[in-house]
Design a binder for this molecule. Structure first.
Ligand code: NDP
Length: 299
């Protein structure tokens, strides 16, 4: 079998298109959704993410507010900025780019964001709402994975799902979403025994581990849908000395021979994450103004 390749780039473009349509609808009602992104320090990868987020926010017609603070910003100053953004009616979504410098308590910062503006879905209230199956802001990466799975399967009810990885930003919310879709969910992690056999039982296999190409084709159930969240940089001497390339947590070539559908890296889950950030911002703007939820953009 050769798997269908799930084109995350094209899917993300369709999500952005839907977001842009909702932005137009909101603007005609006098509301311009606004996303504030806060970056503390000069981490080069974070700077690239923040630039991309700002660019795509503007492209869909929303306002982008960027706040770049020096690495030695006191925690109290960051909390004061968040308070100011919480109270600003032009701001519907707030994101604090992680990681923050060591002297800042990231949990304190994330929990200072108004849960209604928490477009990353990391506030403890949103975590609790998601865990109890209530309406919440859903973390962007798992939301993107869910959208792709729904597109692939329609109903996910009754399917066996295995999520490899139990982080707060991917594994746990992904498992909560799949449970809400009535999947039978198992979470695997570094202490899981006989993980290969467990993965082989999965109709839906989500890999969020951070270990290059750990999951090979012989871990995959024939016909399964494989969602590879991993982004790993490995040496690529074939491209020249010192060159690197991106790979996922799944060994794509062997897994694609067995799976029914699979996301590539790059071009799978990655592009969906920012698209879902924009989707969450438009959702937050609708909720703040007591308007209908944007169809197809929420969990
Ligand atoms: P974390 O490092 O926070 O979590 C990794 C998880 O994998 C942990 O739960 C860990 O288990 C588990 N794990 C580690 N080694 C093994 C192993 N040998 N067998 C089974 N489980 C193992 O990572 P994140 O969740 O933040 O990210 C995971 C990957 O996804 C990374 O590659 C990251 O770059 C990528 N990512 C991609 C995004 C995107 O937009 N596409 C967004 C966010 C992340 P334990 O808890 O026991 O230590």
């Amino acid at each position: 079998m050769t798997a269908t390749i799930i084109d995350g780039k094209a899917f993300a473009a369709s999500v952005r298109e839907k977001v842009a349509q909702h932005v137009t609808r909101l603007k005609s009602a006098g509301i311009t959704p606004g996303l504030a992104v806060v970056l503390v320090g000069e981490d080069p990868a974070s700077e690239v993410y923040v630039r991309n987020k700002g660019k795509q926010t503007v492209e869909v017609g929303m306002n982008s507010f960027e706040h770049k603070l020096p690495a030695d910003t006191p925690e109290a100053d960051l909390l004061a900025l968040i308070e100011q953004l919480n109270n600003d009616p032009a701001v519907h979504g707030i994101l604090c780019q992680l990681p923050v410098p060591d002297h800042i308590n990231s949990e304190k910062v994330l929990n200072a964001i108004d849960p209604a503006k928490d477009v990353d879905g990391f506030h403890i209230s949103n975590v609790g709402l998601l865990a109890t199956g209530q309406k919440s802001m859903v973390p962007c990466t798992p939301l993107g994975c869910l959208m792709m799975l729904r597109e692939q399967h329609g109903s996910l009810s009754g399917l066996n799902a295995v999520v490899v990885g139990r982080s707060n930003i991917v594994g746990k919310p992904m498992a909560a979403l799949l449970l809400r879709e009535s999947c039978t969910v198992t979470i695997a992690h570094s202490r899981t025994k006989d993980i290969e056999a467990l993965c082989r039982r999965a109709d839906i296999l989500v890999a969020a581990v951070g270990r290059p190409q750990m999951i090979t084709g012989d871990w995959v159930k024939p016909g399964a849908t494989v969602i590879d969240v991993g982004i790993n940089r490995i040496p690529a001497p074939e491209r020249g000395e010192g060159k690197m390339r991106l790979v996922g947590d799944v060994e794509f070539e062997s897994a694609a021979q067995v799976a029914g559908a699979i996301t590539p890296v790059p071009g799978g889950v990655g592009p969906m994450t920012i698209a879902c950030l924009l989707a969450n911002t438009v959702t937050a703007a609708c909720r703040a103004n007591h308007l209908d939820e944007p169809e197809g953009l929420t969990a």
